[in-house]
Design a protein around this ligand. Sequence first.
Ligand code: BG6
Length: 494
Amino acid sequence: LKTPGAVFFIFGATGDLARRKLFPAIYSLYREGKLAEDFAVIGVARRPRSREEFHDDLYNSIQEFCRYKVLDTAHWNRFAEHFEYKSLDINNIDGYHELREQTEVLEKRYGIPGNRLFYLALAPELFGSVSVNLQKGGMLDSAGWHRLVIEKPFGYDLLSAQKLNEELSHVFKEEEIYRIDHYLGKEMVQNIEVIRFGNAFFEPLWNNKHIANVQITLSETVGVEERGGYYDHAGALRDMGQNHMLQMLTMIAMEPPSRLLPEDIRDEKVKVLRSLRPYASAAEVEENVVRAQYTQGESGNQKLPAYREEDKVDPNSNTETYFSAKVLVDNFRWAGVPFYIRTGKRLPVKTTEVVVEFKNMPTNVYLGQKHTLEPNLLVIRVNPMEGIYIKINAKKPGTESQIEPLAMEFCQSCQVGINSPEAYERLIHDAAEGDSTYFTRWDEVATAWSFIDRIAQAWKQNPGDIKHYPAGSWGPQEAHDLLAKDGFHWWPVN
Ligand code: BG6
């Protein structure tokens, strides 16, 4: 770390997030020299675990999920040395006092000036009580900084999010709370800013005079996997819409900030969220938002089960596994430009992609009436392929005047030697450095909820009114009609 080191507390250290994302992220940071030797990690969970067992967990997680594999024994031992384990009943204050003593020993050993980062990889219901107990157990009494890192879901609706925020605010100040939206840690999502604000040929065109519509797709091939219990309660709107999708939309739509400082950037983002046109009635929701659930289907030769047959899902569930929406941003720049967003499980391709469709050229004398020109597109590919792709019209070589669309493509993930950092690496590093740019501020969370709540409330009035799509398909027909009504269509993803 450029700043003095810190102790990282990972609550939920025996859980899935720690194993798949957090340990590998810390190891990558160490390998890249972004973590020096002045750090320690204490894995905290209820289950008793010896230090050796914990180190084994750590090793296995890195070998399985990290983009770097373990180098050699000496290097590994030097890294693993920084990791301790603490079995803790999170409701028992005495345990926190023990944790404090353990922490102080480590701080002395590594010369850490009391900086403490608490990563709660726990169920959100526990965020409030753990925060209070950290305080009661003296964990926040050290000289350095204290930061709380939490995962979504941040509430179930605006009301519950407010309640949660209120609980946290008794212990932590807003600037000490780092709310993770891991999409903001993705390399290409951050690149949206550079593409927009660093290129003379995009920014002047980035408005309603030149852009016909914007399409944001977050499609997944997986079903709900082992998360049926959580997902059946949440649905696609809360799982992906309130957070990742609206965050991507704000990155595309925001005004250039006057300075590249966290609060200036977040101010611009929240302005976009405030400009979203709220759906005024259930009828407007119905007209502009499509929800659907997957039924049985297939992919290749594989038969895929219906959502209602998935583990821990109510067999009569009406939870949406897909939604698409037409969203309007009511400000000077975007008046009249529809943003179409869609996300779903069990779609044919795993991708995150933004398509900016430009307005058509007026038909001119040179081209005559016989040509219908395809619109220009700018496609930002976020995940799993990373790159940018521009579709332009050019003369077909060897013909009189035939015009064909061609693609100019920059494929970041095809370049040898580019091994993009995982979102969590970037975010853990930023939190330790105190850079909150790519974390969601409370007013962003709240404003996003007020937009989403209207949709959820309209749906609640009519739970059975959900559409269906076969697993492995691109969603229900209504999602295509949504664009067709405006004379557009979804551009096929690559
Ligand atoms: C999570 C959602 O936030 O994002 C999951 O809870 C989803 O349901 C995941 O699968 C997708 O993330 P990524 O990085 O794989 O696109």
